[in-house]
Design a protein around this ligand. Structure first.
Ligand code: ADP
Ligand code: MG
Length: 294
C-alpha cells in the first residue's frame, strides 16, 4: 500500500554542504500494518511522515526529493498543491500538540473534518458520535479543548483524524506530551482502530514504553538512513542518541530552528470552509492522479 523507492530528501540543496534529511529509503508497508519509525532527534522520522502526507514542497521551499513515494500505486512524491487536499481525505493525521481549534467544542472539532469536504449534515450527525465513541469521549462532546486533559485532547484529535474513515493514520510523536499512563490509553485507542477498522498506522515516536508494549514493526533510522527493520521490534536505548559530528560522514550543520508555521501540513491541508466549492464543480474538480504506467 505504501512504497518508498530509493527516496532521498534534501532541505538545503543549494547550500555549500547540502544535508540529506533522509537517504535512499526503501520501504514497503502493507495495508493494515502498524509501523513505528524510531531514531534520534533529526534522524528523519518526521520527514518520512510528511512525505506520506503529500507534497512536502508546500511545507519547505527549496526541498529536493529524489526517488518515489507511492500510495496505493499512486505516485505522491510531487503531487501538485491543489491535489493534496484530496489525498489527505484518505489520510488521518495526529500530532504531538493535538492542533485542535480552541474555540470549538470536541464535537465541532471532529465535525469540521467532514464539513470541509462538504459532507451532508446527515452524515455528520451519524459519523461524529461514532468517532467520539470510538475514542471514548462521547460524554465530553460539548467540552472545548481548554476544558479537556492532554489525553482527552489527543482523543478528540484522533476522532477528527478517523471520522472520514481514512485508510492510513499518520502520527508524529502523538504521545510526546503525555504521561506514560495517558499514553498507554492513547495507544489502546489506536490499537482498536487498527484492529477494528483495518486502518494502517504509521507512527514516529520516542516512546519506548509504547514500542516495547506493542511489539509491532519497528523501522529504525539513524542520520536519515534505515539501519534496521524488525517485524516485532523493541526500543533500543541508543535510539535516542544523536551521533556526534565526529561520527558523521559529512560536516554536520545544524539547520536554523523551524518556525512553527513551517508545518504546512495542517490536518486539512489548507482546506477551509470558506473556499471549498462542492466536489466536481469547475472550481473544485475531481483530481486526476497521474497513475504510473505499467
Ligand atoms: P526527526 O523527526 O527524526 O527528528 P526530521 O525529519 O524532522 O527528524 O529531520 C531530519 C533532518 O532534516 C534534520 O537534520 C532536520 O534538522 C532537517 N529538517 C527537517 N525539517 C526541515 C526543514 N523544514 N528545513 C530544513 N531542515 C529540516
Ligand atoms: Mg520529528
Amino acid at each position: 500500500m505504501i512504497k518508498f523507492e530509493n527516496v532521498t530528501v534534501c532541505y538545503n540543496p543549494h547550500a555549500r554542504h547540502p544535508d540529506h534529511a533522509v537517504e535512499e529509503i526503501n520501504l514497503d508497508i502493507k495495508k493494515g500494518e502498524w509501523v513505528f519509525f524510531v531514531g534520534h532527534s533529526g534522524a528523519g522520522k518526521s520527514t518520512l511522515i510528511k512525505l506520506l502526507h503529500g507534497n512536502p514542497h508546500t511545507a519547505s521551499h527549496g526541498i529536493h526529493i529524489t526517488g518515489k513515494v507511492l500510495l496505493e500505486d499512486i505516485d505522491i512524491t510531487h503531487l501538485p498543491a491543489n491535489e493534496v487536499p484530496f489525498l489527505r481525505r484518505k489520510i488521518g493525521v495526529i500530532f504531538q500538540d493535538f492542533q485542535l481549534l480552541a474555540q470549538k467544542t470536541a464535537w465541532e472539532n471532529v465535525a469540521f473534518a467532514l464539513r470541509v469536504i462538504g459532507a451532508p449534515q446527515q452524515r455528520i450527525a451519524r459519523e461524529v458520535p461514532r468517532a467520539l465513541e470510538t475514542v471514548g469521549l462521547l460524554h465530553r462532546a460539548q467540552a472545548r479543548p481548554n476544558e479537556l486533559s492532554g489525553g482527552e485532547q489527543q482523543r478528540v484529535a484522533i476522532a477528527r483524524a478517523i471520522v472520514n474513515e481514512p485508510y492510513l493514520l499518520l502520527a508524529d510523536e502523538p504521545t510526546g506530551n503525555l504521561d506514560p499512563e495517558t499514553a498507554a490509553g492513547i495507544a489502546a485507542v489506536l490499537e482498536r482502530i487498527n484492529a477494528e477498522r483495518g486502518t494502517t498506522v504509521v507512527m514516529a515516536t520516542h516512546d519506548h514504553h509504547l514500542v516495547d508494549t506493542l511489539q509491532r514493526r519497528v523501522v529504525r533510522l539513524r542520520e536519515g538512513r534505515i539501519i534496521s527493520d524488525e517485524e516485532h521490534g523493541i526500543y533500543h536505548p541508543e535510539d535516542d542518541i544523536k551521533p556526534s559530528p565526529e561520527d558523521s560522514k559529512s560536516t554536520f550543520i545544524e539547520p536554523p530552528a523551524k518556525p512553527k508555521t513551517d508545518f504546512g501540513d495542517a490536518p486539512f491541508g489548507g482546506e477551509s470552509l470558506q473556499n471549498e466549492a462542492p466536489l466536481g464543480t469547475p472550481e473544485n474538480p475531481i483530481p486526476q492522479f497521474n497513475r504510473p504506467k505499467g
